[in-house]
Design a protein around this ligand. Structure first.
Ligand SMILES: Cc1ncc(COP(=O)(O)O)c(C=O)c1O
Length: 485
């Protein structure tokens, strides 16, 4: 048997094998009914042991991707692949009227469920703790404490810990973007970065353009700040539709644009570089700030880390918001905004609202980033998320009825699912809640009450029997809700 390469656990190798086969199915190299590579052949090709391939094949059988024929070997399951390869959700056109945002208690309910261990976590976009680098962070936290115990208990005023800002700037440098550490303002997660950015560039009553569908907390901020949202049609593949945005700019006074260009939430779309360039140029010409939320940018499934809008800016109008919540530790609440010409205003808002920030998590995260562990951790994390997204996509394709469409994101860890017309996602949510399964109804991602038959599914957790059962139940509940006739 081939030895396990150093530094790679069995789980990691086995995921790689499953991923390899799913790739072959997805890109059409292997079609329904085709014979899958032999255990021995794949073991040689991928330089892993036969038992690793056997484990991966068992998992793929459990998922229904492979079928075993006695004495003949493994075959690609036709029904499964046909279902798993369902089309992308449709682009939904929304009325381009600026509108007030009004939400009820649904947010509250979804956030409460996110922390309930009894509930199957398919609702909030939260990573599984077992995927996070807990040990590395504990070590980094201990180093931070022993190096500067006084610093850890002292006030840390905006713009935040100098070492951490330096590490964040250094990371942008590796992406080919020059950032001065003095321009990095540390925030409490990406949420605060978005809130401070909106507070700085808008006043009550202003119009803010957002993607449609868009991350619901942005709509919530707009609601609470007394702003108006104008939703711009967005494509499941390429994100915000720039012609629609241009029309909105030409016909109303837009004061800011908020967008997730890399693996948006919920669409999972990735804006092509040419569109990013055009978007930045359009907004620079119109004098409109772009608040880019790049929280998922490091979670790309392809080789290349996608560019940020900052890469294309010339006039300092891009406010880049991000955090380490989806990659390292949501509980450390380490986020940031890089805001160039808006820097001083943002710092004033930050001082006025929270005065100082927790010192220890900042010092610990600076240690963690400096150790170089982040890059290694990201390789594993991206592989895990990718496999989880693919697995969930296949399984949803199998259990949901004809007419369902599922996004096919190239990064991040959420899926956007269009259910057959007439299925009410709020009703589905209520029935799922009663069975201790969470999911997020599409309506939360728009102020227009559209997306009634859409849901977002979190794939932040490794596939297991509990999740599989929950997904099967969702399939059953959706069938119950199908309009008759
Ligand atoms: C697009 C997007 N932005 C921001 C956030 C919030 O990030 P944080 O937990 O760092 O505040 C999330 C979390 O779900 C998100 O999906």
């Amino acid at each position: 048997m081939t030895a396990t390469p150093q530094g790679q656990s069995d789980g990691f190798l086995y995921d790689r094998v499953s991923q390899h086969l799913l790739d072959l199915v997805r890109n059409g190299t292997l079609k329904p009914g085709d014979r899958a590579p032999s255990l021995r052949g794949l073991s040689r090709l991928l330089k892993v042991s036969i038992s690793t391939v056997t484990q991966a094949y068992q998992q793929l059988q459990d998922m229904g991707v492979l079928r075993v024929k006695p004495q003949s070997g493994y075959f690609i399951d036709g029904s499964m692949v046909a279902a798993g390869a369902s089309q992308l959700p449709r682009r939904v056109s929304v009325s381009r009227q600026p509108r007030k945002v009004r939400f009820g208690d649904l947010f509250e309910e979804i956030f409460n469920l996110a922390n309930d261990p009894q509930v199957v976590p398919l609702g909030a976009a939260v990573p599984a703790v077992e995927l996070l680098p807990v040990k590395g962070l504990v070590r980094a936290t201990q180093r931070a404490l022993s190096r500067g115990p006084e610093k850890a208990v002292d006030y840390c005023f905006p713009p935040g810990d100098a070492d951490l800002r330096h590490e964040i700037a250094r990371r942008y440098m590796t992406l080919g973007v020059a950032v001065d550490p003095k321009d990095v303002i540390v925030t409490s997660g990406c949420s605060e970065a978005l809130a401070l950015s909106l507070q700085t560039v808008t006043r009550r009553g202003d119009i803010v353009a957002v993607e449609s569908p868009t991350y619901f907390s942005v709509l919530r901020l707009i609601e609470r700040m007394g702003l108006l949202a104008v939703e711009i049609d967005s494509d499941p593949d390429t994100g915000m539709c720039l012609d629609a945005l241009q029309t909105a700019i030409d016909t109303m006074e837009i004061k800011a644009v908020v967008a997730v260009l890399n693996f948006s939430n919920p669409l999972g779309s990735l804006m092509p570089d040419a569109n990013k360039q055009r978007l930045v140029a359009m907004l620079e010409q119109a004098g409109i700030p772009l608040i880019e939320d790049d929280i998922y940018g490091d979670l790309h499934f392809g080789e290349q880390r996608p560019a940020t809008a900052r890469h294309y800016q010339r006039t300092g109008q891009v406010l880049t918001c991000s955090s380490l919540s989806k990659t390292v530790a949501p509980g450390y609440r380490i986020g940031w905004v890089i805001a160039d010409r808006y820097r001083d205003d943002i710092i004033e808002w930050k001082q006025a609202t929270s005065s100082a920030m927790c010192s220890l998590p900042q010092a610990a995260m600076a240690e963690y980033l400096r150790s170089g562990e982040y890059e290694r951790h990201l390789v594993r994390l991206r592989n895990a998320y990718r496999l989880q997204v693919e697995t969930m996509r296949f399984m949803l394709g199998r259990v949901l009825p004809a007419g369902t469409r599922i996004s096919n994101p190239q990064g991040g860890f959420v899926l956007w699912v269009e259910l057959p017309r007439g299925v009410d996602a709020i009703e589905l949510l209520q029935r799922a809640f009663s069975e201790k399964i969470s999911l997020t109804p599409g309506m939360l991602f728009s102020a227009t009450r559209k997306f009634r038959n859409f849901i977002r599914i979190n794939c932040g957790h490794p596939w297991d029997a509990r999740i599989e059962h929950a997904v099967e139940r969702i399939g059953g509940l959706v069938r119950e809700l199908l309009p008759s006739g």
